[in-house]
Ligand binder design. Sequence first.
Ligand code: AMP
Length: 370
Amino acid sequence: MNIGVLGAGQLGRMLALAGYPLANRFTFLDTTGHPSAGIGDVMVYTDQHHLADFLAKVDLVTYEFEHLPVALVQAIEEVRPVYPSSEAIRVCQNRAEEKALFDRLGIPTPAYRLVESAEELEAAARELGAPVVAKSVTEGYDGKGQAVLRDPADAADAWRAIGHPRLIVEAFVDFVREVSIIAVRGRDGEVVFYPMAENQHVDGILRYSLAPMPDLDDSVQQTADDYIRALLDELDYVGVLTLELFQGADGSLLANEMAPRVHNSGHWTMDGAVTSQFENHLRAIQGLPLGDTAARMPTCMVNVIGQEGDPAAILAIADAHLHRYDKSERTGRKLGHVNLVANSHGELLSKVRTCAALLPESPEPRFSFE
Ligand code: AMP
């Protein structure tokens, strides 16, 4: 099976690494002009001619990046099966569509308003009560295109700074932790769920993901499973879906956003779960049985951002697994990640601190259960 992947970054690279044992081949179609997968057959999309070549090579198509022209994905769908469908992309690239879907399915979210001017932004901040978070409805990710308004009077500055014609304004959530749930749906509708992860972001960029959480109530995992199942079934989804949520002090969950793909907060599964998110995505889209999602041991993923640090010293940590993306160093760029596996959460946290000390500029690891 030759699998076509739209996008050619590190997520595509890791999909390919998981697919070779299944005898899959990979052809990537890059639409950014900066492919970094460094594996498989990479084509840079510039015209219809390249698209025709790509389609001639592949049996089915998936994607590792959702900021793609929906019309392109719909055109591909006419010729080859695309999993997940273009409908998932259409919804996930627009925060207003995403929130409307959450509302329709009864998945709670922070209170929000849609605004189209600085005046409307100010009014929304007053109505919701500052602080609020304003986000561009499209094109934002990793904290880009966002601003926090401490006061409604900040509206004009925030409007200018974001520079987008349509914003979503959300009440600022006083969460205990940020969490995510990753689930996989097969072509036959079977759904499996990974244990939820606790995620630490700094400046909107994920730095640490830990799973399973030592203090997670079964009922909270069940609630997250129910929310993501509703999304998967509604979208008749095939593949891996990620839902990011805020957890409150009483255990309640509010949905933040979703991603129609394998996700950074699921990288821990490569070494910490029986079947990785990458392998399970490939199983799902090929109509194969889904693999066990259980965690083997407490695991923490540490992102390597901006600078590589000391890879040899990182590898000297017991049960540390370094995954490098073969990219050049640049401020804020995701260059790799380390999965640390331990017998207990106490031991895990000490490994995380050792690892963080080997990575320049890595923030202090902080987890809600410490
Ligand atoms: P997003 O791009 O929506 O995932 O936002 C990036 C990060 O900003 C999140 O991971 C949170 O740390 C923070 N954030 C986003 N929305 C809110 C909110 N409504 N309340 C508090 N923090 C938020």
